[in-house]
Design a protein around this ligand. Sequence first.
Ligand SMILES: Cc1cc2nc3c(=O)[nH]c(=O)nc-3n(C[C@H](O)[C@H](O)[C@H](O)COP(=O)(O)OP(=O)(O)OC[C@H]3O[C@@H](n4cnc5c(N)ncnc54)[C@H](O)[C@@H]3O)c2cc1C
Ligand SMILES: *[C@@H]1O[C@H](CO)[C@@H](O)[C@H](O)[C@H]1NC(C)=O
Ligand SMILES: *[C@@H]1O[C@H](CO)[C@@H](O)[C@H](O)[C@H]1NC(C)=O
Ligand SMILES: *[C@@H]1O[C@H](CO)[C@@H](O)[C@H](O)[C@H]1NC(C)=O
Length: 473
Amino acid sequence: MLNNKSILIIGAGISGITAAVSLIKSQFTNVIILEAENRIGGRIETVSFANGFIDLGAQWCQGEKGNSVYELCKNEFKFGTTGWLNGTGFVPVASSGEIDVEKILRLEELRQEILLKYDEMKKSKVSIGEFFEEKFYDALKTSQFQDIDEKLADMFLGFWQREFNSLFASTNWYDVSSKLYPILETCEGQQDLTWRQYGFKTLFDIIQKDLPKSIKLEEKILLNKKVTKINWSNEKVIVQTEDNSVYSADNIIITIPLGYLQAHHMNIFYPKLPDSKIKAIECIKVGTLGKVFLEFEECFWNRDNDDFVMYAFLWTKEDLEQIIDTDKEWLTHILGFIKVDSHPNLLEGLLSGDKMREFETYSNDKIISDCMWMLEKFLKRSLPRPIAMRRTKWLTRENFLGSYTYLSMKSADENITSDDLATSIKSKNNKPVLLFSGEATHKRYQGYVHGALDSGKRAAQEIIDFYSSKSKL
Ligand SMILES: Cc1cc2nc3c(=O)[nH]c(=O)nc-3n(C[C@H](O)[C@H](O)[C@H](O)COP(=O)(O)OP(=O)(O)OC[C@H]3O[C@@H](n4cnc5c(N)ncnc54)[C@H](O)[C@@H]3O)c2cc1C
Ligand SMILES: *[C@@H]1O[C@H](CO)[C@@H](O)[C@H](O)[C@H]1NC(C)=O
Ligand SMILES: *[C@@H]1O[C@H](CO)[C@@H](O)[C@H](O)[C@H]1NC(C)=O
Ligand SMILES: *[C@@H]1O[C@H](CO)[C@@H](O)[C@H](O)[C@H]1NC(C)=O
């Protein structure tokens, strides 16, 4: 009975693959995934670099309790960690070369306390940037911090903003709603579990493991199939791809990244989507996180600290002013350079901000020279040039147009959450015709792999429930 229902999934990222696996396990065999790229994985993209693998997209399994990626893999895979985000190996360096590490570590402790003020954030109407700033400057007025001058406080706050932007892919923390601040709901446990030398692609092997032996998932995935039209005017939905192939199906699961949907939804859907859906597509923000991996002949960073995890960059106002409005401005987005698990000779820079388009269009040579200019400026010594470099381009890659999503002040003003994006569109007889899944549709774990995975399961389940309730009638 169920076998003859045809289901099309658009996008072979973790959300689409999870949906397919769930459907196949529930006896739906007529499932096809259409993927625009020439590979599966989407924003999980493990590539060869420096005698091993690195991740250009998702890199860490963030949290344990309630994290479906962790739960699925914990018995199959031994995760590593970098120690990032848990306070160890934090090496603050200043553009002036002078830094009082003891004071910075005290400010870092204060920051960790403020980050936990969830109940107040939930009630707050201001942006997360304003919220943090107010708490921070209020605390600095107390006697405990009377030895911290304004200059140092501002330098630290700049770092905090850069780290925040890198975690949430936001361009500006005054644009993120504190009420909807997603970290409220992160999973407990280590936030920086790594896939060691194997990379995040390992997840795709583990996820297929308990499929029936007779089913080959790769036969269900069609690569280089970019969907250009979805005609849902009839019971059978008709989907067209760029190469003019045509497919029809009873249900469509759309996992296309929100950045792509924002740019193209008006041309893809016929009839056009309901206004409520369009509003959700337009009100949730898509940010861009960038990465630069530098490979060196040998590691030079343990000289500064045996437990080295990260150089945290603190800019003085004067040094910042020198490069704002120059072609080095993009460097002011880099929060610092961190070490990479299982890669002793790599440093990784993370960045997000309003100069991401520039970053993505600059040449490799410029990126290397600029990074080295910055590292030498902060470490105040001359350093060897890297032997290789790899950087990301999520904002300008046509099938992504961004890295991941967050709820902005606009989302809060318009009362839009990921649920509005997730709601499926039903036909007259209540059949879910267009279902939406993917990272952006998950209310608690938006922006994470586990959020995308859960959302794929949720969409598949909605289809399974619909047909099983019908067959009972
Ligand atoms: C730089 C970066 C770092 C990240 N770091 C982490 C991290 O450390 N931890 C974490 O948990 N998460 C992280 N994330 C987020 C995580 O990668 C995503 O939330 C998750 O992978 C999204 O999966 P998805 O299935 O929703 O979308 P995707 O993986 O993007 O899958 C959607 C697919 O749709 C395809 N597509 C687009 N347009 C079309 C079309 N017209 N027709 C057909 N197919 C189309 C795309 O090619 C893509 O393969 C990171 C993301 C990025 C970019
Ligand atoms: C942080 O992570 C490192 C590396 O796994 C670990 O050795 C250390 O104990 C952790 N520290 C805290 C405070 O959790
Ligand atoms: C959509 O499909 C219907 C038939 O199911 C067809 O009549 C109509 O012309 C199609 N519209 C577009 C814009 O493709
Ligand atoms: C916001 O949206 C939710 C769910 O759609 C609704 O229940 C609530 O009443 C709305 N609130 C406002 C202030 O419009």
